[in-house]
Design a protein around this ligand. Sequence first.
Ligand code: FUB
Length: 328
Amino acid sequence: MKNSILISSVIFLMISCNTIKNNNVVEAEKVQIPLKLNNPIITDKYTADAAALVYNDKVYLYAGHDQAPDNVEGYRMHEWLAYSSSDMVNWEEHPVPLKPTDFSWASGSAWASQVIERNGKFYWYVTVEHGSIHGKAIGVAIADHPLGPFKDALGRALITNDMTTETKISWDDIDPTVWIDDDGQAYLYWGNTVCHYVKLKENMLEFDGPIETVELPNYTEAPWIHKKGDWYYLSYAYQFPEKIAYAMSKSVTGPWEFKGILNEVAGNSNTNHQAIIEFKGKDYFIYHNGSIPTHGGSFRRSVCVDRLYYNPDGTMKRVIMTSEGIQE
Ligand code: FUB
């Protein structure tokens, strides 16, 4: 759990400055500025692939739990974790709301996910390993509250590896991101190597059309859809090790215009997996790095938050990743 008292090593910067009195520089003083290091936001567990939901004046953050032992190179993720915050600084941990074992047809891997609210229900789209159809799959859990209890909504996968055939890899059907457009039409985007989307019916549990493909330069994975003003943004992990790049459009289905890199490779993690939200009038970029000493890295990752800023033409400024994170 993020505990600002525990994790915020308060560092006192000794800054020399000149004090001006009566228009004369009369003395040099030492001023102490307390500097809190608020990134990563969670320091007692390794967390990755965060997705954030803004609901009722709170941010709910859902993350995969990186559980690989210190000497293991590979994802070991057996549960998702949930946190909430009213200020983006202090984060409260909640009981584990969902595990791959909650899906009887799945065999493990709590990979990337996202929760969305519709008509008072909360739909959690998750990546898991399928138990009987080779490869990764996407399932949906449902709850009446953002913190659950969540249960498998379908009793089967929504998307399986055999539904998409452009690439032969078994982990191409991962990383769901979901969007409900202004006209009520819901869309599910996902994919590794190839970015797909499909319309969802009002029940959020059935396809409402064919699976489509989006062409994006150097697309790796981790799509995230958001909207600001009348611009839609499709951000995604670009190349590998991953940077985050993005494209913009006036429609959630494109055409998408590539706009370049938004965030650089994040510390010593080869994945970066972003979420973008606006909360109480400020914009935030949520991502992960491998910055917890001494075993942090690509399989022991940590969720961080920094501010996001837009240019007047709607493009996004390059994210500046900081150790200080969000201060107020
Ligand atoms: O955490 C497992 C996988 O690593 C995610 O599904 C990808 O987005 C990458 O972060």
